[in-house]
Unconditional design. Structure first.
Length: 235
């Protein structure tokens, strides 16, 4: 597989074309941003951790019936994935109140929700990824009803599989963000990444943050926390 021109550089990854029009290579960086891009920095080794963890989790999900974009890990930071047209929604599942949910709804962080919740943000940097409901997504033509139903089903399925899996490593899955994409034939698959950048992981015993909140909130220890999650999951 030949790595060709760079198609896109995002905040955390670069995307490269390959000699196969249906495949792209993602290349994970150590760059970190928070607060809608207001805070910028690096978390040393993050790219390697996120690449390897995301691939591991996607493989596990695929085996349990959630189709993903994952094809092959090429190196510590590079992965071959199926090229998709990203559905411009950030699909967020929550089990425990944290982050923007606590602020918006006045619920203390750590409150266990009576059932898992699902929300959509419109993936649009200029508008700062506003929270929308599924009628908005339909009205704006971001996705069809059938796609929203499929995405919602997959999102809750990922939540139950991942929550149980992580608990086996003494990690509580508080909330997370997923992105989905369309293959050339319109099939919906899980894309982007699943990592401590996009999930809140709390140590199940101590409640310690094992995710990007350490960086977002200037708590420190983010480098070690990312390594800790990788060590627990990948040995
Ligand atoms: P951002 O764009 O938010 O800064 P990243 O730095 O993670 O995010 O950039 C990666 C980009 O690649 C994102 O826009 C993401 O939606 C997109 N992407 C993820 N998986 C795929 C895929 N399989 N095919 C095409 N694009 C993808
Ligand atoms: N999240 C993400 N990218 C975003 C916004 C949120 O990966 O652009 C993840 C975040 O890591 C957390 C979940 O989605 O696991 C819910 O985030 P929240 O809405 O609480 O936003 P935040 O408090 O991070 O601004």
């Amino acid at each position: 597989m030949k790595k060709m021109e760079q198609l896109y550089e995002g905040k955390a990854k670069k995307v490269f074309a390959t000699d196969d029009a249906n495949l792209v290579i993602v290349d994970y960086k150590d760059d970190a941003t928070a607060g809608d891009g207001a805070k910028k920095g690096t978390i040393r080794g993050k790219g390697v951790v996120n690449n390897r963890l995301s691939n591991n989790l996607m493989k596990m999900l695929e085996e349990k019936g959630v189709p993903t974009h994952f094809v092959e890990e090429l190196s510590d930071r590079e992965t071959l994935v199926k090229k998709v047209q990203i559905v411009p929604l950030e699909v967020i599942v929550r089990n425990v109140a944290a982050g923007s949910f606590t602020k918006r709804l006045g619920v203390p962080e750590g409150t266990v929700l009576q059932c898992p919740t699902l929300e959509f943000s419109y993936k649009n940097d200029d508008l700062h990824d506003p929270l929308i409901n599924h009628y908005h997504a339909l009205a704006l033509g971001l996705a069809t009803q059938a796609e929203i139903d499929q995405i919602s089903e997959y999102a809750f399925k990922v939540n139950s599989i991942l929550s149980e899996y992580l608990l086996g490593f003494n990690i509580r899955l508080i909330d997370f963000k997923l992105e989905f994409g369309r293959l050339a034939d319109g099939t919906i698959v899980l894309a982007d990444e699943i990592s401590p950048d996009t999930c809140r992981f709390w140590d199940a015993t101590t409640g310690a943050h094992l995710d990007k909140d350490l960086f977002r909130r200037d708590l420190g220890g983010e480098e070690e926390a990312y390594q800790e999650v990788m060590a627990r999951l990948l040995g």
